[in-house]
Design a protein around this ligand. Structure first.
Ligand SMILES: *[C@@H]1O[C@H](CO)[C@@H](O)[C@H](O)[C@H]1NC(C)=O
Length: 190
């Protein structure tokens, strides 16, 4: 099964326009990589929760409202750190199936990172209106950036070099994440 699935991936990558049409249920994925993927999904879910909370945040919620966002961010940080730990712990050769599974999941996570940061950027004036709220946001952004980049480093380092499409895709995801954090850094000066 693994052999045929790999051939299927290789064929699909050869016609890369069709790569998105592979049936992901056919991917053969080892338990450590499956754990890494599950962690990425879990972080992705929390990112959506943080974004929704930030979108609904106004300075009228006061310091306790800002703390409520901070608490959601702490859960996110824990989940990203768990993904970092588990994804970094994967050893040995990463198969094409596994790389496909991980990169697909990262592909779902990246827009959620961008959306959450866009929302946080959009609320700066609301945070600024509350004494000490912006300094909490700055610390959270700084910690999130460090955790996310540590995770990215492992994912990129473990991405197979052949076919080259995997690495190109991984680098493109990281570049998008970097640009997103840079926009927050320029705005919040953290
Ligand atoms: C992303 O940023 C990190 C440091 O913050 C850097 O090491 C890495 O090369 C950057 N990657 C890309 C693809 O821009």
């Amino acid at each position: 099964m693994r052999f045929s699935a790999t051939l299927l991936i290789a064929a699909a990558l050869a016609f890369s326009a069709n790569a998105a049409s592979i049936d992901r249920r056919d991917l053969v994925i080892s338990p450590p990589v499956a754990l890494c993927i599950a962690d990425l999904v879990s972080a992705s879910e929390q990112l959506a929760i943080v974004k929704t909370a930030v979108d609904g945040f106004f300075s009228s919620a006061g310091y306790s409202g800002a703390l409520a966002i901070h608490n959601l961010e702490q859960v996110l940080e824990t989940r990203i750190n768990k993904a970092k730990t588990d994804c970094c712990a994967v050893t040995g050769v990463i198969t094409s199936d596994e790389a496909t599974g991980v990169l697909d999941t990262v592909g779902l996570l990246v827009p959620k990172v961008v959306d959450a940061i866009t929302s946080i950027n959009g609320k700066k004036s609301q945070f600024d209106a509350i004494f000490l709220a912006t300094s909490i946001v700055k610390t959270d952004l700084k910690n999130l950036e460090a955790a996310t980049k540590a995770l990215d480093t492992c994912l990129v380092n473990k991405t197979p070099l052949t076919p080259p499409e995997f690495k190109i895709q991984a680098d493109a995801y990281v570049a998008t994440i970097n640009a997103s954090f840079l926009s927050a850094k320029n705005l919040y000066k953290y």
